[in-house]
Design a binder for this molecule. Structure first.
Ligand SMILES: Nc1nc2c(c(=O)[nH]1)N[C@H]1C(S)=C(S)[C@@H](COP(=O)(O)OP(=O)(O)OC[C@H]3O[C@@H](n4cnc5c(=O)[nH]c(N)nc54)[C@H](O)[C@@H]3O)O[C@H]1N2
Ligand SMILES: Nc1nc2c(c(=O)[nH]1)N[C@H]1C(S)=C(S)[C@@H](COP(=O)(O)OP(=O)(O)OC[C@H]3O[C@@H](n4cnc5c(=O)[nH]c(N)nc54)[C@H](O)[C@@H]3O)O[C@H]1N2
Ligand SMILES: [Mo]
Length: 759
């Protein structure tokens, strides 16, 4: 915490606008990259340039001159920063000293510059040669009796080429242990949608937003986490398209937004009202809302109106009768109580949905991060099926992904539960027998570390210990390991909470040029709407000693697998050869990759539901019923509140850009508890009180976070919110969705308790 007196003033201006423009200028200045950063921003998301390292939202067509947002600019400025973490820095600070610093401070030290190894004798990181680093990794991996004792994490900034090779390396090594960031994020989409519609991805493309007649935004905060999406929402509103926003927090950008790319709106201080209907849902109340809307549809059909797309239902779906029976069994009073939304408003939402001939439903972490997240996502698929909102312009399901290439990483093999057909393909293309047994997802990998069965952790990007639940236990877990390896651009806590031996391997970043013996290389990424595009860095690497991720993966493989059947050395220089192999392993979607990627805006990967083709066992789209109205285990404790851990406007996941959260009116602090005044008064607490939170659980582990300041905020009743990752110590490791493995980070059962007495 930087400031003992946090300041809070409710933010009443529209989101976006000059505030966004000013914040862009400020961050370039703070990182001392005004000229370099501004120049790089002109190449971001442009043909021939690089892809924004921030979120996974696709870019629009070339008619827009600038294709970045305030938060993309922050991501770029922090990557292009002039600050450096050098060997002198590590000589000055022991790991114990660095541990005492905040995540913000660590981030602000700048880019990593050379490989480092942990020296237990001095508790300092010291320089190590790349050769020695790979030899260490090879020695540890070769020494393991069981390849399943190694965990291979991936974070979603890793491009397709590196992720693909990593998935081949790890499988040849002998395990499917692929914990990844998606396991904490949109896995309910990847696992929940295939049995419903045959693909674990979204079915809309950008153009669909221009033809939609209604748009729902559920559990998502696009003004902060996908700001380029705001352009589409503004345009839709200007066309009079109703937008329904469903959220326990009245996020500013969902209410009013000024489009920073709109010169007239900027000049006149104008703004656009976004949500025509703001649904102030209870945390976890979305299931009840969706069922309420479906109930209205069922009732109107029973009264003789044609509401469903009957041809579509007949031709394309199975399970309608079961769904209908489940909906009929729900009682209105229960629906209203579980959602916290009035019957009138649910009826208005249903009316919007019924009238629209093409509806898009977007959703984010507010929907996925619950104990039944995967099955909740299936209910979104259901309501869209009822009106045939697939394979029609302007309609479909639209999970808004997080990391810029998290979807692509999964497509090219980062998957702890690979299918048999894919494994056969890998065997045929590469000539080794990949392991068939499923591997660990993120939670299972932490459990294996705690149990002492895991020995080695390799993190291809990311900040594993800060991202996972149960921070204290995660720290214990990492410290039991023999070797931890962090492959990263920036120093983070994951490098400080380490195994007996530890390495930090610094990489060339997205915005930087990759030069190999074969000349300049580009990489590819897949965005949230399945577009694959090339990304070519334009800046000089932060240091001459950085290595591209592709080369790091190849050299780890060469060190660990001396008798490999794969030509690793051949992939280091020529990324075209990697793409040819991707095409061989995934002919159905990647045939002709090297040719197709030459198109200035890349190409779209086939999504069968767009053609009304369903890759499910029965060849149909399936209605999947989730009985009841709850997506989290009920807890009969009257003091219980549901805690949603969310992102501020000034962070990218575990990377903290500042202590401010502009749209929520917070300055100078992140130890905040957003609470409804009525919930606060019911507990006899004062506004601005300092409190602690305790998790309600029955596993005997005490989980508590102290030093939180209550802010009166228009939360829905019974819901509180605070920031991730500071509140991760409250999230129990086993509080997760069993289908996807995704932690229920939006519904932690907590109670407010008195703070520890100050010593
Ligand atoms: N600038 C920036 N951009 C990012 C990121 C970042 O940290 N910073 N992270 C990236 C990543 S990896 C991801 S996954 C995405 C995340 O993007 P979002 O999905 O927008 O992320 P969150 O802030 O976690 O939460 C989303 C919203 O869910 C709401 N919510 C909480 N509980 C519920 C509930 O029960 N029901 C409903 N309907 N809503 C609920 C919260 O109030 C919040 O507005 O953004 C990506 N883009
Ligand atoms: N309580 C709670 N927990 C959550 C969430 C939540 O909403 N609430 N959200 C979850 C979600 S959605 C996600 S996606 C995860 C995120 O989990 P992660 O993906 O593991 O975390 P990040 O903070 O995105 O990782 C940041 C680090 O990545 C490294 N990095 C940045 N760019 C690059 C690059 O180009 N290459 C390489 N190799 N490294 C790079 C930098 O060193 C930086 O410190 O957290 C999850 N955890
Ligand atoms: Mo994410």
């Amino acid at each position: 915490m930087t400031d003992s007196k946090p300041r809070y003033r409710s933010y009443t201006s529209p989101a976006g606008g000059w505030g966004a423009a000013a914040a862009t200028a400020k961050v370039l200045l703070e990182q001392s990259v005004v000229t370099k950063g501004s120049r790089a921003l002109l190449s971001m998301n442009q043909p021939g340039g690089f892809k924004c390292p921030s979120c996974a939202f696709p870019d629009a067509d070339c008619t827009k001159t600038l294709e970045f947002c305030e938060n993309g600019a922050k991501a770029l400025a922090h990557e292009a920063t002039k600050f450096r973490v050098t060997r002198d820095f590590f000589a000055q600070h022991s790991v114990a000293e660095l541990m005492a610093q905040s995540d913000y401070w660590l981030e602000m030290q700048g880019r990593l510059t050379e490989p480092m190894r942990y020296d237990p004798a001095t508790d300092h990181y010291v320089p190590v040669s790349w050769d020695e680093a790979f030899a260490t990794i090879g020695r540890h991996l070769r020494a393991l009796d069981d390849p399943n004792a190694a965990e291979f994490y991936t974070s979603g900034r890793t491009p397709n080429e590196a992720a693909f090779l990593y998935s081949i390396f790890v499988r040849e090594y002998g395990t499917n242990n692929f914990p990844d960031c998606s396991n904490m994020c949109h896995e309910p989409t990847s696992r929940g949608l295939p049995p419903a519609i045959g693909v674990g991805k979204g079915t809309v493309v950008l153009e669909d937003f221009e033809q939609a007649q209604a748009i729902f935004v559920i559990g998502q905060n696009p003004g902060t986490n996908a700001p380029r999406m705001m352009t589409l929402l503004v345009e839709a509103r200007k066309r009079g398209v109703p937008i329904v926003a469903v959220n326990p927090m009245p996020e500013r950008a969902l209410i009013r937004f000024t489009e920073p790319q709109d010169a007239i709106q900027m000049a006149t201080f104008g703004s656009t009202e976004i949500a025509s209907e703001f649904v102030h849902i209870r945390v976890g109340g979305d299931l009840a809302l969706l069922k309420g809307m479906m109930k209205v549809m069922v009732e109107r059909e029973a009264a003789g109106e044609t509401v469903f797309d009957h041809n579509f239902l007949r031709e394309h779906t199975e399970g309608f009768a079961e769904l209908k029976a489940d909906i009929e069994a729900q009682d209105w009073a229960d629906i209203v109580a579980a959602s916290g939304v009035s019957e009138e408003q649910i009826r208005r939402c249903a009316e919007i949905y019924i009238r629209s001939k093409a509806t898009i439903i977007c959703y984010g972490m507010g929907l996925t991060q619950h104990q039944l997240g995967s099955r909740l996502v299936q209910q979104v698929a259901n309501i869209l099926l009822l009106k045939g909102n697939y394979g029609r312009p302007g309609a479909g399901i639209s999970p808004i992904r997080g990391h810029s290439n998290v979807q692509g990483d999964r497509t090219v093999g980062i998957d702890e539960k690979p299918g048999a057909a894919y494994l056969d393909r890998v065997r045929d293309v590469f000539g080794f027998n990949p392991p068939r047994a499923h591997g660990h997802h993120t939670i299972e990998s932490v459990e294996a570390m705690l149990a002492g069965t895991a020995k080695v952790f390799i993190g291809l990007g990311g900040n594993f210990v800060r991202a996972v639940p149960d921070t204290e236990r995660a720290y214990d877990a990492m410290r039991k390991l023999d070797l931890t390896v962090g492959i990263a651009t920036k120093l983070n806590r994951g490098h400080l909470v380490h195994g007996r031996e530890a390495l930090i391997l610094p990489v060339v970043a997205r915005s930087e040029r990759i030069e190999t013996a074969a000349g300049e290389q580009f990489v590819t990424i897949e965005d949230s709407m399945s577009n694959v595009t090339a990304s070519r860095g334009v800046l000089d690497p932060a240091s001459p000693h950085l290595m591209p991720e592709v080369e790091i993966v190849c050299r780890m493989a060469m060190a660990a697998l001396p008798a490999s059947k794969v030509d690793w050395a051949g992939y280091i220089d020529d990324y075209g050869r990697i793409r040819d192999k991707i095409a061989e392993v995934y002919p159905a979607i990647y045939e002709g990759f090297s040719e197709r990627i030459k198109a200035p805006r890349g190409f779209h990967l086939d999504i069968p539901p767009r053609r009304r083709v369903w890759a499910t066992p029965n060849g149909k789209a399936n209605f999947l019923v989730l009985p009841g109205l709850a997506v989290n285990a009920e807890i009969a404790d009257p003091a219980m509140l549901r805690l949603a851990t969310v992102r501020s406007h000034d962070q990218f996941n575990t990377t903290i850009y500042s202590y401010n959260d502009r749209y929520r009116g917070v300055r100078g602090d992140r130890m905040i508890l957003f609470m409804n005044a009525a919930d606060r008064e019911a507990r006899g607490l004062d506004a601005g009180a300092r409190v602690a939170l305790e998790t309600i659980s029955d596993d005997g582990v005490e989980r508590r976070v102290d030093g939180l300041t209550i802010i009166d905020y228009p939360m829905s009743r019974g819901a509180v919110a605070g920031y991730y990752p500071e509140l991760n110590p409250l999230l129990p490791l086993d509080h997760y969705d069993r289908i996807s493995g995704t932690p229920a980070a939006k519904s932690i059962p907590v109670r407010v308790v008195a703070p520890a007495a100050k010593g």
